[in-house]
Design a protein around this ligand. Structure first.
Ligand code: GDP
Ligand code: IMO
Ligand code: MG
Length: 429
């Protein structure tokens, strides 16, 4: 058996969907264990693009099984829409998608509260996706959550919703000056969702363990990125789940000893959506060029992504807190044509140089990046399939990243398509 966690090493959108789809070729089961439809994972198969928000990217391989774990938060309407569009596109979902009965549901008040809280934060807003993710996880921690199993039982659901909605409506009315929500609308709508989702509900942890026991290969598909982790990210400019590799354990019900490795997905430059400090951000033409070349617009909200050079101070921190055993470099093709490519190797904070990533965003906001310049390449690399075909300067760039992070490169992605992948040391092949 083998089990690998795929984790974003920056602020999300590193190309996890593309990489998970590729790795699924050598896997049997793909598990989403945290986050919700704040994620947008893009997969391109035979020129056709699919953006997945909740369902594991492995679903595009007809013979593979997929699990949505207890650590996720589910908006049933989005999930059902995603299921329908997969069916319409000719992908089967029945019998090979299993959803944990303990996954928490995103309720209508979560979406309203997400937006209302952002309004209250004013200039300190986080720039959330507005999908209700934070309020849903908050309710989970606060023991006000409604789980998938709850809506499967109409009587149980009625009782829970009555008490939670009384509290939420008071909040909406008294604190946020919003209209209260009608019980019957939510109750009936969610019972309808429950009927349509019933056949997918399962003891997800047991399914994962049965796969491991049967010597199957399991891939855990992380969402978001390490710097958006609730504990170790750039708090408060983070999401509300455990995005680090360790989140796969609690979010799917496996122990650390069940995992064989952690593969960190590293975009060859850096992007961020939403607010919060970003030391290597480029607010000039170079940043614009990265955004344009890399089509850096959100797969979920369509917002333009902030762009900047690769930050190895940040990445070293991500390697450490994830225990990364390998990395995958994505989107280096976007750098083709740049005369010089910069890597941030140290920070200067208040005139003091450091290679340590600060633990506080207040310090991160003061960083002046220290760069190392490497020569770029002009050759098109999007059809390279082996290391040897890569231009020498591209090889140098990749080797330097490997050296700085001290983690071997497993794969290099040179384009969005499944075939546009260079296999260096794929543990699942
Ligand atoms: P995720 O959230 O980590 O799955 O990443 P997104 O799907 O949000 O964003 C990555 C974008 O880059 C998507 O549009 C992918 O199709 C695309 N992509 C992935 N890998 C590559 C690559 O190697 N080169 C290029 N040019 N695009 C890529
Ligand atoms: P994938 O899986 C990039 C960001 C939002 C915001 C912050 C909090 O596609 O990489 P939330 O709605 O989660 O409360 O927003 O987190 N964010 C992401 N940024 N990629 C994602 O997912 C993200 N999911 C959330 O932009 O800054
Ligand atoms: Mg994304």
């Amino acid at each position: 058996m083998s089990a690998y966690v795929i984790v974003g090493m920056q602020w999300g959108d590193e190309g996890k969907g593309k990489v998970v789809d590729y790795l699924t070729g050598g896997a049997d089961l793909v598990v989403r264990h945290q986050g919700g439809n704040n994620a947008g994972h893009t997969v391109v198969v035979k020129g056709r693009q699919t953006i997945l928000h909740l369902i594991p990217s492995g679903i595009l391989h007809a013979d593979k099984q997929c699990v949505i774990g207890n650590g996720t938060v589910l908006d049933p309407a989005v999930l059902l829409e995603e299921l329908d569009s997969l069916r319409e596109a000719g992908y089967s979902v029945e019998g090979r998608l299993f959803i944990s009965d303990n996954a928490h549901l995103i309720m209508p008040y979560h979406k309203i509260l997400d937006k209302a809280q952002e309004r209250f934060r004013g200039k300190d807003r986080i720039g959330t996706t507005g999908r209700g993710i934070g309020p849903a996880y908050a309710d989970k921690a606060d023991r006000f959550g409604i789980r998938l199993a709850d809506v499967m039982d109409a009587v149980l659901f009625r009782g829970k919703l009555e008490s939670v909605l009384a509290y939420k409506n008071a909040l909406l009315r008294e604190i946020f000056d919003e209209e209260p929500l009608a019980f019957d609308d939510i109750y009936e709508t969610y019972l309808g969702y429950a009927d349509r989702l019933r056949s997918f509900v399962a003891d997800a942890a047991k399914i994962v363990h049965e796969a491991l026991a049967a010597d199957k290969q399991v891939v855990f598909e992380g969402a978001q990125g390490s710097m958006l982790d609730l504990d170790h990210g750039t708090y408060p400019y983070v999401t509300s789940s455990i995005t680090l590799a360790g989140g796969a354990c609690s979010g799917a019900g496996v122990g650390p000893r069940d995992l064989d490795g952690v593969i960190g997905i590293v975009k060859a430059y850096t992007t961020r959506v939403g607010e919060g400090p970003f030391p290597t951000e480029l607010l000039d033409e170079t940043g614009e060029r990265l955004r344009k070349n890399g089509a850096e617009f959100g797969a979920t909200t369509g917002r333009p992504r902030r762009c900047g050079w690769l930050d190895c101070v940040l990445l070293k921190r991500s390697v450490m807190i994830n225990g990364a055993t390998g990395i995958v470099l994505t989107k280096p093709d976007v750098l083709t044509g740049f005369d010089t490519i910069r890597i941030c190797t140290a920070y200067e904070i208040d005139g003091v140089k450091t290679e340590d990533f600060p633990t506080q965003v207040t310090a991160l906001a003061k960083v002046t990046p220290v760069y190392e310049d490497l020569a770029g390449w002009s050759e098109d690399i999007t059809s390279c399939t082996t290391w040897d075909e890569l231009p020498e300067n591209a090889q140098r760039y990749f080797e330097r990243i490997e050296e700085l992070l001290n983690v071997p490169i497993a794969l290099i992605s040179v384009g969005p398509g499944r075939a546009q992948t260079i296999d260096c040391a794929n543990p699942l092949s």
